[in-house]
Ligand binder design. Structure first.
Ligand code: GDP
Ligand code: GDP
Length: 436
């Protein structure tokens, strides 16, 4: 089921990022240190009373050198477009300002539920000051203090109460959900169009899951697929849609709903930092990944063209060493037919389960090739392993002392598992647990 999205809007300095960090808490932890991937703290998972939702700090979407007023308007537009519920934040120490009224004007036009929160109400004596905010016309103002963590529970109760009812549509496990991500102009929309117009593709449904996300269902060779709409693939032109943060936000929303993520690279312009960053999000989310090198028609073809490009991709995307690479041209349609088989394969590996006894044979063979390491005279003992989850395949290795499981040894075990079972296209996770 898709989780609800909450956006925080308000003029600068009212405390949006303070509240965002409070609500998200310690949960954004950097699990893996991926070179080149920095985390943009504008979109994160939060939880309140067993309800998880996604939170957007619209203040983090900076819109070039536009004047403040335009920035605020555009940020409010992002909230209206992306969120199910909007937290409108004002500053209790300053009262209603002209800038608050500007934001309010845009929010009036939305039909999304709005919860008004008055920040910097750091002590009970200040509560008197919230009444003037009724004048904004969004009902009861909720006094809160980001720095002291006050009033946040009541605020979240109101927010969660306004989440839209969701039908619990069972997800058909046989349908492969995928999305196409990449920086602007790599050819995302061209590729999507080419895929759905390909030979023997039967498009069954173009459904708006929300007002602005347009998913396309289709089948090919008896397999069912859904392409999830990403970053401004259909609509264009608004200022915020051309900003990097916004395109990342859209990519993250698409990744969340995908089984397989196609990460696009433009062969003509080559790989830049932004490509790595975007691909890093798919990896971190544990999705299956296929790297697609588009605009292959622009590369002078020779014997070593693919080999040269592959070396380049591998050097830049070391964290995606499991992802297959497909070279194609969305425009000339050359080699596009090679793509879906890779998507299917990546998806099958993403959901693959291996038998415990076969897994343990592989682990025992691995131990024989490369004996477990010791630390301070204590030797790691590997007892047995089992697969505990799919999407992505996740393994628990029971050991005498998890501290003795060195990163490089874990990496070695991962490679042995990959060699034995062929998990091309999917990340796999391995956890060491204590069992004496
Ligand atoms: P944003 O621009 O809306 O994201 O605002 P920030 O979160 O960056 O906060 C702006 C300033 O207000 C910072 O100096 C914060 O420390 C301060 N601030 C945030 N929340 C509170 C609060 O509850 N009480 C007080 N007194 N200051 C706060
Ligand atoms: P998006 O912003 O990622 O959705 O990119 P578009 O699909 O709008 O494509 C951006 C530009 O690249 C357009 O001018 C396309 O015509 C061009 N383009 C897309 N795919 C190819 C390709 O395979 N070869 C060439 N030469 N140009 C392409």
């Amino acid at each position: 089921m898709r989780s609800s999205v909450v956006a925080i809007v308000g003029r600068p300095n009212v405390g949006k990022s303070t509240i965002f960090n409070r609500l998200v808490g310690e949960r954004i932890s950097i699990v893996e240190d991926i070179p080149g991937v920095t985390r943009d703290r504008i979109y994160a998972k939060a939880e309140w009373l067993n309800t998880t939702f996604r939170l957007i700090d619209t203040g983090g979407i900076e819109i070039g050198d536009e004047p403040l007023l335009i920035q605020m308007r555009e940020q409010a537009e992002v909230a209206i477009r992306e969120a199910d519920v909007i937290i409108f934040l004002a500053n209790g120490r300053e009262g209603i300002t002209a800038a608050d009224e500007e934001v309010a004007k845009i929010l009036y036009k939305s039909n999304k539920p709005i919860v008004l929160a008055i920040n910097k109400v750091d002590n009970p004596e200040m509560r008197e000051q919230i009444y003037e905010f009724y004048a904004l016309g969004f009902g009861e103002p909720h006094p809160i203090s980001g720095t002291h963590g006050l009033g946040l529970g009541d605020l979240l109760d109101s927010v969660v109460n306004q989440f839209p009812e969701r039908e619990n549509v069972p997800v058909d496990e046989d349908v492969i959900h995928f999305s196409v991500i990449g920086r602007p102009n790599v050819g995302k929309s061209s590729l999507v169009n080419t895929i759905v117009n390909e030979d023997r593709v039967i498009v069954s449904d173009i459904a708006g899951t929300t007002r602005d996300a347009i998913d396309t269902s289709f089948s090919k060779d008896d397999r069912d697929f859904v392409i999830i709409d990403t970053a401004g693939m259909r609509k264009r032109g608004k200022i915020y849609e051309t900003t990097e943060k916004y395109s990342i936000l859209r990519a993250l929303k698409a990744i969340e709903r995908s089984d397989v993520v196609l990460t696009l690279i433009d062969a003509e312009t080559g790989i830049i930092e932004q490509d790595k960053k975007i691909a890093g999000y798919a990896h971190e989310a544990g999705r299956a990944v296929v790297i697609v090198v588009n605009k292959w028609d622009t590369i002078k073809q020779h014997d070593k063209a693919i080999k040269e490009f592959e070396d380049n991709v591998r050097a830049h995307f070391q964290f995606l060493d499991y992802a297959p690479i497909v070279y194609l041209s969305a425009e000339t349609k050359k080699r596009v037919h090679t793509l879906l088989p890779k998507v299917v394969q990546a998806s099958e590996n993403h959901t693959k389960r291996v038998e415990t006894n076969v897994l343990n044979d592989v682990i025992m063979d691995a131990l024989a090739i490369n004996p477990a390491p010791s630390k301070h005279g204590k030797k790691l003992k590997v007892l047995y392993a089992t697969q505990v989850a799919v999407k992505p395949p996740t393994f628990v290795v029971f050991v005498n002392d998890p501290d003795l499981m060195h990163f490089s040894y874990q990496r070695f075990l991962e490679n042995q598992i990959r060699e034995a079972f062929g998990f091309e296209g999917t990340p796999i996770k391995i956890y060491a647990r204590k069992r004496s």
